[in-house]
Each structure stands twice: as structure tokens, then as C-alpha cells.
Design a protein around this ligand. Structure first.
Ligand SMILES: *[C@@H]1O[C@H](CO)[C@@H](O)[C@H](O)[C@H]1NC(C)=O
Ligand SMILES: *[C@@H]1O[C@H](CO)[C@@H](O)[C@H](O)[C@H]1NC(C)=O
Ligand SMILES: *[C@@H]1O[C@H](CO)[C@@H](O)[C@H](O)[C@H]1NC(C)=O
Ligand SMILES: *[C@@H]1O[C@H](CO)[C@@H](O)[C@H](O)[C@H]1NC(C)=O
Ligand SMILES: *[C@@H]1O[C@H](CO)[C@@H](O)[C@H](O)[C@H]1NC(C)=O
Ligand SMILES: *[C@@H]1O[C@H](CO)[C@@H](O)[C@H](O)[C@H]1NC(C)=O
Ligand SMILES: *[C@@H]1O[C@H](CO)[C@@H](O)[C@H](O)[C@H]1NC(C)=O
Ligand SMILES: *[C@@H]1O[C@H](CO)[C@@H](O)[C@H](O)[C@H]1NC(C)=O
Ligand SMILES: *[C@@H]1O[C@H](CO)[C@@H](O)[C@H](O)[C@H]1NC(C)=O
Ligand SMILES: *[C@@H]1O[C@H](CO)[C@@H](O)[C@H](O)[C@H]1NC(C)=O
Length: 771
């Protein structure tokens, strides 16, 4: 064993020379709560509405940096804010050269909100970026819209004359900034700017990860003192800076994104300000329709829309509804934040803090879709959720090992969402396009990326064990957490095929790749891959039991028991440590794949082995983290670290692991959206950023959610809320758009199917059932 034994020393506060990182206090001059994250989410609601500002130890204030797409610079997303106080203009958002820079005094984040406080001369301005998370509400969760609110108060006891301004640029419409855009401003009860490429690109086109075929929206409520203007950035901003108002005019000279940069400005005159004003609410959106091109099999190419469009005429009416929904959405967001804090604080405050940073990032990678039937009517029973995975050149869909890593966030907040994602993979596996018994790695190809989902024509047999185990484990976990066995029943044959494949391949995975071999040196006979496969075989026994299918031939339970004893002989060395490869006696790895054994209650692994594999004395550890695998010294993964924490029965070990991840995130050494793979010696993230796998941090909250599994009577409809009990409407006095009802995302069609409920009831359900 080549591991340095540091864990206990660290627990005692002792450090071995040079091995422990010095945690630096970030040098940014404002107060940050709960800490300075590597990057701060601003509008993070979908794979494409995904806007951040850089954070960490050397970050600029909100008033002096451009927000960017999640990929970071140079993908700036023009988003500007000014406040004019007694005739003097101060910039509070963006890095445009004009005006004085407001002084940032505070930043904070919760699961759904990022808040900034800035001083602009004699007033204080609070800018709050709200990206709601509404896991139980298919309509609202599918809206690619986000709020920015601005409130101002006097700091010196005097009243001041105040106007607020904000704009977006056309950079939101494309990663290729040489393209031409066209725009339109609709003025009614609301002012709604819209901008898109001209000619509009295919909704499935992507450039530099940005969507090419989306329409960007920027809107606010109309009223006294509200003005708008479109035109060159210099003209529109100067007009506000000089006059404190815009000219209610449109520049109709459509041109390139960077040709005399067109911007879309909104301004609100707050007049005389003393006490904190009620918030000015801006809504930012980025929608496309159709959203996904999907082929479950040969000859079945279909286009699908974001679910919310089944309730509104179009995105323009929907974003106006979204504006009017702000008071409810703010309440719901605060409730979500608070319930998460309460639940996570039972483990530790630090746990609550890291979950808050993970939540928006994880949820932003899914898109909830529906389709029209042959008559052209929306079929809201047809719900499929797609996961845009990847953080690099290739951006596949529904990568099963990524979904496995993030699945705890769904198991905890709403397991039905996981079911709707798995449904896509099951449909594809059952289609004529896919001829394998093992599960596919993903549903993209090497040339097409999300949202172009046409199946993977080159199935990777080298990830057969990994993905088959993932699919089996997640299917049972979804059924246990929701109590709904409909999907297990519908896809029993597929699941049995996976289990039989694992019986043949899991004990000796040979040259098969585990998910970690995306960054670890490839090594044969991965012990964790084998462990996961064996747990999945036992999961199949549980599937049979839930469906009342007698576990006779083959007895998956007996096979799993026999395999796990053999596995222990092969995988555990004479000192009781876990090798990373059967054949490499100097290797070692963290036993994080014990987690599904605990999660599913398959109880394959003895409690002695649990304790021995979750004992810190064996880890290579600094204040920032624990090495995942000896073949890549010094590199850690946040998702697996938290899987291990959930597996540790010893609460001090759990807290230790959480504190390491917390240190990594708060030390300021990284400056990109929450990277899951990082160096434990300097706290810098590597290779990936903004990935959904941070949903795996919910591992602890996902435990103990198990319900008895029942199978809904009608199994002909595989899944989805049915429309028959549609009685309610979205509660809104203005009611600009919704035609039907609020769909609650539950899975199958049994008593668990509280399908269509009034909004008010819905919020309570979220709180009562899932926290
Ligand atoms: C920022 O703070 C500095 C130092 O206190 C002060 O001189 C300056 O006027 C402040 N700027 C604004 C915009 O309030
Ligand atoms: C300010 O308002 C005046 C009067 O409406 C107008 O003439 C002038 O052009 C405006 N200034 C700018 C920079 O737009
Ligand atoms: C959106 O729907 C509204 C209401 O039906 C309609 O007035 C408006 O023209 C539509 N907008 C677009 C861009 O289709
Ligand atoms: C928001 O919550 C407060 C306090 O719980 C409640 O009084 C108010 O009615 C809620 N507003 C909306 C729009 O739901
Ligand atoms: C609606 O979707 C469900 C689920 O995919 C499907 O079973 C049903 O046949 C569809 N209905 C129509 C009318 O197409
Ligand atoms: C995997 O382990 C088995 C049993 O030790 C061995 O026979 C086999 O050669 C190994 N596979 C590889 C690819 O090393
Ligand atoms: C399995 O059998 C039990 C006991 O007879 C019954 O309560 C349950 O509904 C059955 N489940 C299924 C899926 O048939
Ligand atoms: C065995 O593991 C060690 C890490 O502990 C690694 O350095 C070595 O390269 C591995 N050997 C082989 C043959 O992969
Ligand atoms: C911030 O972290 C980087 C990367 O570790 C380091 O090079 C730099 O010196 C740090 N800056 C400050 C101001 O602490
Ligand atoms: C979850 O279940 C485990 C095992 O039954 C138990 O030890 C633990 O206390 C439970 N945790 C919570 C938070 O209920």
C-alpha cells in the first residue's frame, strides 16, 4: 500500500510536512455569505440559459465583470445594469466602460438565489438573481426563464431621485458572434424585448455550446416611468446615463451581434427613494421550439417541445405569465431554500452550504418535454426529460454514468424526474435501433450533440457493465423513492437482459471501462466496476420481488451473494484495503460504490467491510480532499467523496468529508462553475466545470426515502401524468396565458399520481412530501 496515512493526523489538527494544503483566505474585499464560491450562478435554468460570473479569490465585483456562459470567457453574455442617483449614473452589473462603478459590499447565495449588495453614492442597491427550482411542477420547471430584481434604499437619511436601468446584448443568441440578428419589442402590460438570429437557425443547432436557434427575451412590467429602447450599446446606455430615461424607440437596422452592438434596454423611474423600494422585476428568457429532435427508433424521428408550451400560446405569453408569477415564485424559492437548509443542517451547516451551490447547476442540465399527438393537440401524458451531459467538445444526451452520479438530487427532490429521464433510455433500448442487451453509454453520437437526440449508433461495449449496472440501480432506486413500480413492470424484460449480462460480465469485468476511466489510467478488472455490477444483480432480485416474480432460475440473489464473496477475495488485500484493480496489489481506491448497496438496501456488503472502507486512516488526504484512486495521486471527485460520506456510518467521518469539499469550494483557488474533479494539493478544479454530477452531493438526503413499491393497475400507458383529472388552472389574477393546468410530476398512474393540482396545493406538496 503506498498511501500516506494522513486522515487521523488531520482530524487531530496535525499536518505532515508539505502534504497539507494551506487554505488561503480569499482577498476579495466584500462580505460573502456563506463563502466566495468559484463562480456564482446568475441565470441558470437550462443547458442554454446558463449564465455565471467568475468568483474565487481574485474575483471582480458584479459591477466590473461581464457575465459569461458556463463555458467561461470569451463567451461573454452582455448583461448590464445602471442606477442613476440625483443625475449621476453608477454601474452595478457588467463591465461597460461608462459611469462610476458601484462598490460591492456583499454577495450571498442560496439554492435558488444569488444576491449582491452595492453602494452607489448615497444609495444602496440590492440585485437578486433568482433561478427557481420547482421539481414537482413540470410547467414551471420547464420554463427557461430567470428573474433579476433590483431594490434601492437611501443610505444617508435623505431622499434621492433614482432611476434603474438594465439591458441584454445579442450575445445571448449565438456562440458565433459574426452572425446577424433581428429583434422586436412588444409593448402592452409588459415590455418584452425579443432577439434571435436572422435567418433563425435550426433549434437543434449549437455553436460553442450555446444554442443557435433560441430566442432571447428581456422583459419587465409596463407602467408609469417605465421606458425601453433598442439600438447600439453606446446610444442606449448613454441615453439612460444622461437622461435617466429611454426613448421608447426601436432601432430596426438588423445587423451582426458585434456590429455596433445592438442592446435591448429597459428603464424604470423610481422617483424619490428613501426606504427600500419594492423590487423592480426583470425576466430573462432563452427559449426554442421545438426543443429536441428525438428518435426512439428507426423511422420515429419526432420533434418535442418544452413542457410549458402545452399551457401557453408561445414563449412571449409565457414570459409575461412568468413576470406576473414573481411573488409566488419568490415565495416558493425561499421555501425551497429554507427546506433544503433545514434538511441538510441535520447533517451539518457546511453540508447545507455545498448543496446550495450544487442545486441550480444540477437542475439546469435537464429539459422537460412533451409532444403533440397526430391531431396536433398537446399530449401532456407524453413526458420525457432529457439530460444534457458533458462539458467539452462532445455533449451527449442521457449519459448513464453521469445520471447515476447526479441521481441523488432527483431521488430526494422528485424521483419522477429521474423516471422520465430513464424512460428515454428504455424506449431507445426497446426500439429496433438498439440491438444490445447491455445499456447504452448515451443517446448521442460522436457527431451530434444535445438537443439532437438520435440514439447512439455506435454502442460502446466497453462500458456495458458500467451502464447496465447504472440503469438497473437507478430504476430500482426510482421505484423505491417514488413507490411506483410501473416502469419496472413495463421494462422487466429489458432489466432482466441487463441483469443476465451482468451475471456474465460483472465479476471479472476484464478490460471494461468504468466511468472513472475518463480520467484515470485504464486498468483491467476494476474492483468498483465489479462491485457496482454485483449490487445491480442483487437489485434485479429486488425488482422481481417487488413485482412478485419468484426469484427462482436464475436466483439473482444467490448469484450476487456468491459473487460478493468472490469479489471480497479478489478486491480486498491482506491489510483489508480496497484495491482499484484485482491485478494490481499496490493500487487502492475509495469504496464509494458501496453507496448503492446502502441506498437500495441490498445489504450485500458486511458492516465490517463498510466500516473498514470508510475509515479515514487509510486515505491520502489534505485539507481540500481525499485522493480518489492511487493511480492518479492527488486528484479528487466531489460526487464520489459525498457518496463515500453517505456510506460512512460514523458521523465524524461524514462531517470530515463534507468539510474537505467545503474547503475546496470556499478556498477561492478555482474560478469556474463548480468543477467536480480537482487537485487536493492546491484546490484547483481540472478538466470539467458546470457538470450535473454535483447533484450527487445530495447522497445523504437521498437515503431513507424508501417506500413500498406498488404497480399501477393500468400498465399500458408507460408513464406520465394523465390529463383526465385536469380541473385546476394556474392561480393568477392576470392570467395572460395558461390554458390548462399545472402538472405535478409524478410517475406512473396509481394513487401516487396527484397529477393536476392547483398551484397552492402544489407548493405544499413539495414541502410535505419531499423535505
Ligand atoms: C466607493 O468607495 C470609495 C471608498 O470608500 C469611495 O471613495 C467611492 O466614492 C465609492 N464609490 C461609489 C460609487 O459609491
Ligand atoms: C436627452 O433628452 C433630450 C430631450 O428629450 C434629448 O434631446 C436628448 O437627445 C437626450 N439625450 C440622449 C443622450 O439621448
Ligand atoms: C403569441 O401569442 C399571443 C397570444 O395568442 C399572440 O398575440 C402573439 O402574436 C404571439 N406571438 C408570437 C411571436 O407568435
Ligand atoms: C408569500 O408568503 C407570505 C408569507 O408566507 C404570504 O403571506 C403571501 O401570501 C405569499 N405570497 C404569495 C404570492 O404566495
Ligand atoms: C399520449 O402519450 C402517451 C404516452 O406516451 C401515449 O401512450 C398515448 O398513446 C398518447 N396519446 C395520443 C392520443 O397520441
Ligand atoms: C481479470 O481477472 C481475472 C481473474 O484474476 C483474470 O483471469 C483476467 O485475466 C483478468 N483480466 C484482465 C484483462 O486482466
Ligand atoms: C405482490 O403481492 C403482495 C402480497 O400478495 C400484494 O400486496 C402486492 O400488490 C403484489 N404486487 C404486485 C406488483 O403484484
Ligand atoms: C498499480 O497501481 C499503482 C498505483 O498505486 C500504479 O502506480 C501502477 O502503475 C499500477 N500498475 C499497473 C500495472 O497498472
Ligand atoms: C488565487 O489563487 C490562484 C490559484 O491558486 C493563485 O495563483 C493566486 O495567487 C491567488 N490569488 C490571491 C489574490 O489569493
Ligand atoms: C437512515 O437509515 C439508517 C439505517 O436504517 C439509519 O441508521 C439512519 O439513522 C437513518 N438516517 C436518517 C437520517 O433517518
Amino acid at each position: 500500500m503506498v498511501l500516506v496515512t494522513l486522515g487521523l493526523l488531520s482530524l487531530l489538527g496535525l499536518h505532515v510536512n508539505g502534504a497539507s494544503a494551506q487554505i488561503q483566505t480569499p482577498l476579495v474585499p466584500w462580505e460573502a455569505s456563506p463563502f466566495h464560491p468559484p463562480s456564482i450562478p446568475l441565470a441558470v435554468r437550462s443547458p442554454f440559459l446558463n449564465c455565471w460570473i467568475s468568483g474565487g479569490n481574485a474575483s471582480m465585483p458584479l459591477s466590473n465583470q461581464w457575465p459569461t456562459f458556463w463555458t467561461g470567457p470569451p463567451s461573454n453574455l452582455g448583461w448590464t445594469g445602471y442606477v442613476r442617483v440625483d443625475g449621476t449614473a453608477y454601474r452595478w452589473l457588467g463591465a461597460y466602460a461608462e459611469g462610476q462603478q458601484a462598490n460591492q459590499t456583499k454577495s450571498s447565495f442560496t439554492a435558488t438565489q444569488s444576491l449582491f449588495v452595492l453602494e452607489a453614492g448615497p444609495v444602496e442597491l440590492t440585485a437578486t438573481f433568482i433561478s427557481p427550482i420547482e421539481p414537482m411542477d413540470l410547467i414551471r420547471q420547464s420554463m427557461p426563464f430567470s428573474y433579476l430584481t433590483v431594490s434601492v434604499r437611501s443610505l444617508d437619511g435623505e431622499s434621492h431621485n433614482v432611476q434603474v436601468y438594465s439591458d441584454i446584448s445579442a450575445e445571448w443568441t449565438s456562440g458565433d458572434r459574426s452572425l446577424t440578428v433581428a429583434w422586436l419589442t412588444e409593448v402592452s402590460n409588459n415590455i418584452v424585448h425579443q432577439v434571435q438570429l436572422a435567418p433563425q437557425a435550426s433549434p437543434f443547432a449549437i455553436d460553442d455550446s450555446q444554442s443557435q436557434g433560441s430566442t432571447a427575451f428581456y422583459a419587465t412590467s409596463n407602467g408609469d416611468g417605465v421606458t425601453y429602447q433598442t439600438g447600439s450599446n453606446h446610444i442606449v446606455r448613454q441615453t439612460f446615463i444622461q437622461n435617466g430615461t429611454l426613448q421608447n424607440s426601436q432601432d430596426n437596422d438588423f445587423r451582426g451581434i458585434y456590429q455596433d452592438n445592438p442592446v435591448f434596454g429597459l428603464s424604470v423611474d423610481l422617483a424619490s427613494v428613501m426606504e427600500p423600494t419594492s423590487p423592480v422585476v426583470f425576466a430573462l428568457g432563452l427559449s426554442r421550439d421545438p426543443a429536441v429532435q428525438y428518435a426512439a427508433g428507426p423511422e420515429t424521428l419526432q420533434t418535442r417541445s418544452l413542457f410549458y408550451l402545452s399551457q401557453f400560446s408561445n414563449a412571449t405569453t409565457a414570459i409575461q405569465y412568468f413576470l406576473s408569477d414573481y411573488p409566488r415564485a419568490m415565495n416558493a424559492s425561499m421555501a425551497f431554500d429554507q427546506q433544503l437548509v433545514n434538511a441538510a443542517s441535520a447533517t451539518s451547516t457546511q453540508y447545507a452550504e455545498i448543496l446550495a451551490l450544487a442545486a441550480r447547476q444540477a437542475f439546469s442540465r435537464i429539459e422537460i418535454t412533451t409532444s403533440k399527438d397526430q391531431s396536433g393537440a398537446w399530449n401532456t401524458s407524453d413526458v420525457l426529460v432529457f439530460l444534457a451531459t458533458g462539458s467539452g467538445m462532445r455533449r451527449p444526451t442521457n449519459t448513464l454514468d453521469i445520471l447515476y452520479a447526479m441521481s441523488p438530487i432527483f431521488l430526494y427532490t422528485n424521483p419522477a424526474l429521474l423516471g422520465y429521464i430513464l424512460e428515454v433510455d428504455f424506449q431507445y433500448m426497446r426500439s429496433g435501433s438498439y440491438q444490445q442487451t447491455f445499456a447504452p453509454h448515451d443517446l448521442g453520437t460522436f457527431i451530434r450533440n444535445y438537443p439532437d437526440v438520435i440514439g447512439n449508433q455506435s454502442p460502446l461495449s466497453s462500458t456495458g457493465v458500467e451502464e447496465s449496472a447504472n440503469l438497473l440501480i437507478m430504476s430500482l432506486a426510482m421505484a423505491q423513492a417514488s413507490g411506483n413500480g410501473g416502469q419496472l413492470n413495463n421494462y422487466y424484460d429489458t432489466l432482466k437482459g441487463l441483469a443476465d449480462y451482468l451475471v456474465d460480465n460483472a465479476l471479472y469485468p476484464g478490460n471494461q471501462m468504468s466511468t472513472d476511466m475518463a480520467f484515470l489510467p485504464r486498468a483491467p478488472n476494476s474492483t468498483l466496476l465489479s462491485l457496482k455490477g454485483i449490487i445491480a444483480i442483487k437489485a434485479m432480485a429486488e425488482v422481481r420481488s417487488a413485482l412478485n416474480i419468484t426469484d427462482t432460475e436464475p436466483s439473482y440473489s444467490d448469484i450476487a451473494s456468491s459473487y460478493i464473496s468472490q469479489w471480497q477475495q479478489l478486491a480486498i488485500d491482506s491489510k483489508g484495503d480496497l484495491l482499484s484493480s484485482y491485478d494490481n496489489l499496490t493500487s487502492s481506491t475509495l469504496g464509494y460504490d458501496l453507496y448503492p448497496d446502502l441506498l437500495l438496501g441490498t445489504n450485500l456488503v458486511s458492516s465490517d467491510l463498510y466500516s473498514s472502507l470508510t475509515t479515514p486512516t487509510k486515505w491520502t488526504q489534505t485539507d481540500y480532499g481525499v485522493t480518489l484512486d492511487s493511480t492518479l495521486p492527488g486528484m479528487a471527485k466531489v460526487d464520489w467523496t459525498l457518496f463515500l460520506a453517505a456510506t460512512a456510518g460514523d458521523l465524524s467521518t461524514r462531517s470530515l468529508l463534507i468539510s474537505l469539499v467545503h474547503n475546496y469550494l470556499s478556498a477561492g483557488q478555482s474560478h469556474v462553475p463548480f468543477g467536480d474533479f480537482y487537485n487536493i494539493y492546491n484546490g484547483e478544479s481540472r478538466q470539467w466545470q458546470a457538470r450535473p454530477v454535483v447533484g450527487g452531493l445530495f447522497s445523504i438526503l437521498a437515503l431513507n426515502q424508501t417506500k413500498p413499491i406498488t404497480v399501477p393497475p393500468s400498465t399500458s400507458v408507460p408513464s406520465g401524468p394523465s390529463a383526465q383529472s385536469s380541473t385546476a388552472v394556474l392561480q393568477s389574477t392576470t392570467k395572460p396565458g395558461p390554458k390548462k393546468s399545472t402538472a405535478l410530476a409524478t410517475f406512473g398512474s396509481s394513487q401516487n399520481m396527484m397529477v393536476l393540482l392547483p398551484t397552492v396545493v402544489l407548493i405544499e406538496c413539495v414541502i410535505l412530501l419531499y423535505f
